[in-house]
Design a protein around this ligand. Sequence first.
Ligand code: NAP
Length: 219
Amino acid sequence: MEISFAGKRALVTGAGKGIGRATALALARCGAKVVAVTRTQADLNSLVQECASITPVCVDLADWEATEAALQDVGPIDLLVNNAGCAILKPFLEVTPDQFDQLFNVNVKAVLHVSQILARGMKARGSGGSIVNVSSQASQCAVRDHAVYCATKGALDMLTKVMALELGPYKIRVNSVNPTVVMTDMGRLGWSDPKKAQTMMSRIPLGQFAGHRVQRPAC
Ligand code: NAP
C-alpha cells in the first residue's frame, strides 16, 4: 500500500527514541515535513543525521512555559502525534506524589497543552488536521505495578474522546492508538523478565511483542 503525506507538516513528540522516532522517520519517508520534539539533544542530533529533512525541537514537555516558547515558531502543523510518555513501575502501596505528578504531567497534561497550541492554529487556518494520541492497552487493562501509568492512559483515552468531540467541527480528527508491549526502552523496563513477559505474550495471538525486526528503508 502506498501512503503519501506529501505537502503535509507533521509534529511528533517523544521523537528521540522508540515509537516516536520510528513514527517521525516513517512520516518523513512518506513525504511529510516533520518536526521532531524531545528532551534529549543527542537523540535529535542522531535523528537529523539519519534524516536531514527533520526539524528538531528540544524541550521538556513537562515544562508548560518552555513548551509554549519552543513551539511558537514551528509553523503550521497538519498532523500531530502526541507520543511522548514515561513509565515508572511501582507497587500501588509505594507510589509517591512526585511519581504521580511526573507521569500525569507528561502522559496527560502535555498532550492537552501541545494539542491546544497546535489545534488553535489548525482551527484558525480552517484547513482541519489530525491528532493521534499514543495511549496503551494499559488504559483498559489492569497491569501489576502500573497503577499510575494505567491511570494516565485511561485519562488520555477520555481526553481523546472529548478532543474529538470539540475539535471535530473544525475538521480536526482526534484518535488514539492503544498498542500492547513494544520492545523499546520503555517496553524493556516492564517486560525484560522472560517469566513476566510470557504471561503477557501468551495473550497475544502472534506470540510476540511489537518492535521485532523492523526493516527501515532510507529516509
Ligand atoms: P521510549 O522508548 O521510552 O521513548 C519515549 C520518548 O519520549 C523518548 O524520546 C523520551 O525522551 C520522550 N519523552 C519522555 N518524556 C518527555 C518529556 N517530558 N519531554 C519530551 N520528551 C519526552 O517509549 P516508547 O516505548 O517509544 O513509548 C512511546 C509512547 O508509546 C508512550 O506514550 C508510551 O506510553 C506508549 N506505549 C508504549 C508501549 C511499549 O510497550 N513500549 C506500549 C503501549 C504504549 P528521553 O528519552 O530523553 O526521556
